[in-house]
Design a binder for this molecule. Structure first.
Ligand SMILES: *Cc1c(COP(=O)(O)O)cnc(C)c1O
Length: 390
């Protein structure tokens, strides 16, 4: 009989390099593979399972909605969708929300709103958007184009025109692009996740915000990965203290169900008009009920825990044997090791923990509510593995 792994290779498009583990169940931050082996989950499905695996209260919230109504289309009013938008606006200062189903779609909306705003306020030739080198904004042709990494562009050209790449933490490079091109927006992640978990300098972020004001250009923050409590605040822009014009988010918003949101602030709230954008599944009641529950659980107490756990990880790993550097923000952490990252990852798995990779780093994205004792155990294992494999 064919094994599952062989069938995966036969039937699934070959786009992912998978770890040799099949997770079948879990509870919180403990997950179990097909052989019943227990692991501590340190990536929560790439920053998606905000409350860990199969959280009881979350599952109930989803199930209650599932029994009532799973989908209606955007041709009708739907309460979960409105409740979610109200929570997002109240807690961020945003004025309006558009719902899609993924990070890429949230960014597509942010890009469309930026261009539309440019056309409405500056002229249709002001379509350029500045993004950063080493950024990641998604896999659709336009969000790939926004992504400032050549490796992702290769063989997919021609890409969507109108993206210019500035240098992270280099204000002059951003101002030069703003001066030499007709721009509608600067779009950036505050912590470059896929780029190696690099948090932007506060001075740079505040500087970009000022430049955007000076040049009448929108500030768009991609919070697909940094959002929904991961940074220690609900959104990372609140950590940096900037006021964005558009914020996109997804990953952790639904706590495991697919949902993305594009939030529009004062300058952009009335840019979208009927039929300028849309999505069949966007605002789906199940995904929205799920996200309402997740956001209500991300209260000050949980955010305080995120900060405390983050501090603990930085303190434990900074300067530890076999560890070169620790980067990131909140519970979005990159660890550069002396030893080869693939070897370290494999050893971590053998020791019962499941971190992932970002570039040449070990990346930690645990559930926000990972119990402290599991985190302590995981960090001990990482230290041991890093020290033994340098
Ligand atoms: C993951 C990610 C995306 C893409 O999200 P998808 O849901 O995979 O489309 C976009 N931007 C950032 C910063 C991300 O981390």
């Amino acid at each position: 009989m064919q094994s599952f792994k062989e069938k995966d290779k036969q039937y699934i498009a070959n786009t992912y390099g998978r770890f040799d583990v099949e997770i079948v169940s879990g509870k919180g931050s403990l997950v179990y593979d097909i052989n019943g082996r227990e692991y501590i989950d340190l990536s929560s499905g790439i920053a998606v399972n905000t409350l860990g695996m199969a959280d009881d209260a979350w599952a109930n919230a989803v199930y209650e909605q599932l029994k009532k109504c799973q989908h209606t289309s955007n041709l009708y009013y739907s309460e979960p969708c409105v409740r979610l938008a109200e929570i997002l606006c109240t807690r961020t200062g945003a004025k309006k929300v558009f719902f899609g189903n993924s990070g890429a779609e949230a960014n597509e909306c942010a890009i469309k709103v930026s261009r539309l705003w440019g056309a409405q306020n500056k002229g249709s030739e002001y379509y350029n958007i500045i993004t950063l080198k080493n950024s990641f904004h998604g896999r659709t042709i336009t969000t790939l184009s926004a992504t400032g990494q050549d490796v992702f562009h290769k063989d997919f050209t021609p890409l969507t025109e109108g993206f210019l790449y500035g240098e992270a933490n280099n204000l002059e490079s951003i101002e030069k692009l703003l001066l030499e091109n007709k721009c509608c927006a600067v779009m950036m992640e505050l912590v470059q996740g896929e780029g190696g978990v690099l948090a932007l300098d506060t001075d740079f972020v505040l500087g970009v915000s000022k430049l955007c004001e000076k040049h009448n250009t929108l500030l768009v923050i991609d919070e697909v990965q940094t959002g929904n409590g991961r940074s220690g605040e609900l959104y990372a822009f609140q950590v940096y203290g900037v006021t964005p014009d558009i914020v996109s988010t997804a990953k952790g918003l639904g706590g495991g169900l697919p949902i993305g949101a594009c939030m529009m602030f004062d300058k952009t709230e009335n840019v979208l008009t009927p039929s300028s954008h849309g999505s069949t599944f966007g605002g789906n009641p199940i995904a929205c009920a799920s996200a309402v529950h997740v956001l209500n659980r991300i209260d000050n107490e949980l955010l305080g825990e995120v900060k405390k756990k983050s501090k603990f990880i930085f303190e434990e790993l900074n300067g530890a044997d076999g560890i070169v550097s620790v980067s990131g923000l909140g519970l979005m952490i990159g660890i550069e090791t002396v030893g080869d990252v693939s070897v370290i990852l494999k050893k971590c798995m053998e020791n019962g923990i499941l971190p992932i990779k970002a570039k040449n780093k070990i990346r930690l994205l645990p559930a926000l509510n990972i119990p402290m004792e599991l985190l302590i155990k995981s960090i001990e294992i990482i230290k041991k593995v890093a020290s033994e494999n340098k």
